[in-house]
Ligand binder design. Structure first.
Ligand SMILES: Nc1ncnc2c1ncn2[C@@H]1O[C@H](COP(=O)(O)OP(=O)(O)OP(=O)(O)O)[C@@H](O)[C@H]1O
Length: 259
């Protein structure tokens, strides 16, 4: 397998409108990607497609070496971890932190199967890895938003996914919580057998150096994609936003300001 995923000539029409237009995108093994786009640019639609929840009008999709159409999507989804805010609404808030994390193994929202001792040990190991081991026995609803995000990532890691999608994972977090979460993501990427990661965001400064590649999505089209350093440049982003912007790099992260 050379590609983590590959989208070829993807188009999606809805109500006579092209929501996605001629998307060509491939993520290769060894790359972590950021997907950057404004509200309504089609990011969520693309993610739903990668997970096989919506089918392209035209084009072909391969994920983790499997071509859509030839693969049991429910099986494939076990290898894809997806952390998104829409998940929050489906969770049982009263669950204890460790139970919520363990439930990731069964790809179910609550706990329907009886987890083993090893499952709980793994959940604790992941919680410690994400620096939230102290949340054991706390109910999910009482955790802060930053803590909740970490628990959701630990939950997604429970089934050892090969692709981990982090969809606006740092949304709504204050500066400290955001940096803590980003540190955890950075550490995760440096571990042996780390999953391939796709980080979806509206904020360039969240694109850590581990995200070697970035795709800019603009009104359902690939505006530019490639090495993050090349994509996040002033000329390209000014054109992307249709607004002159300055890009300054610090610690290999790009921050934007209006010119
Ligand atoms: N089922 C649908 N039917 C019709 N239009 C849709 C449907 N789903 C999405 N769209 C439209 O497609 C466009 C892209 O939506 P999408 O949710 O993928 O954007 P996004 O980049 O994830 O936005 P945000 O950052 O605000 O979450 C929007 O204009 C949206 O209204």
């Amino acid at each position: 397998m050379n590609h983590v995923f590959e989208m070829k000539n993807i188009t999606w029409l809805r109500d006579g409108k092209k929501v996605l237009s001629d998307i060509n995108w491939s993520a290769e093994v060894g790359q972590h990607w950021a997907l950057f786009g404004l509200n309504g640019s089609g990011k969520t639609t693309l993610l739903n497609m990668l997970n096989g929840y919506i089918w392209p009008t035209t084009g072909e999709i391969n994920v983790l070496g499997h071509r859509f159409g030839d693969v049991d999507l429910r099986e494939l989804r076990k290898s894809i971890g997806w952390v998104s805010s829409s998940l929050q609404e489906k969770l049982h808030g009263g669950d204890k932190a460790q139970n919520l994390v363990v439930s990731g193994k069964y790809a179910s929202i609550g706990l329907y199967d009886k987890p083993s001792e090893e499952d709980y040990e793994r959940a604790m190991m992941l919680m410690k890895q994400l620096r939230c081991g102290h949340l054991i026995d706390r109910s999910y609803v009482t955790c802060s938003q930053g803590e909740q995000q970490k628990l959701l990532i630990a939950r997604a890691l429970m089934s050892s996914p090969r692709l981990l999608i982090l969809d606006e994972a740092a949304n709504g977090l204050d500066f400290i919580s955001k940096e803590e979460l980003l540190d955890s993501i950075d550490e995760l990427a440096h571990q042996n057998h780390a999953p391939h990661m796709l980080y979806v965001t509206h904020h360039t400064e969240e694109i850590l150096p581990i995200f070697t590649h970035t795709l800019l999505l603009h009104q359902g089209e690939v505006f530019m994609s490639g090495l993050t350093r090349d994509v996040l440049n002033e000329e390209c982003l000014s054109e992307f936003f249709e607004l002159p912007v300055d890009v300054s790099w610090k610690n290999d992260r790009a921050s934007l300001s209006k010119k």
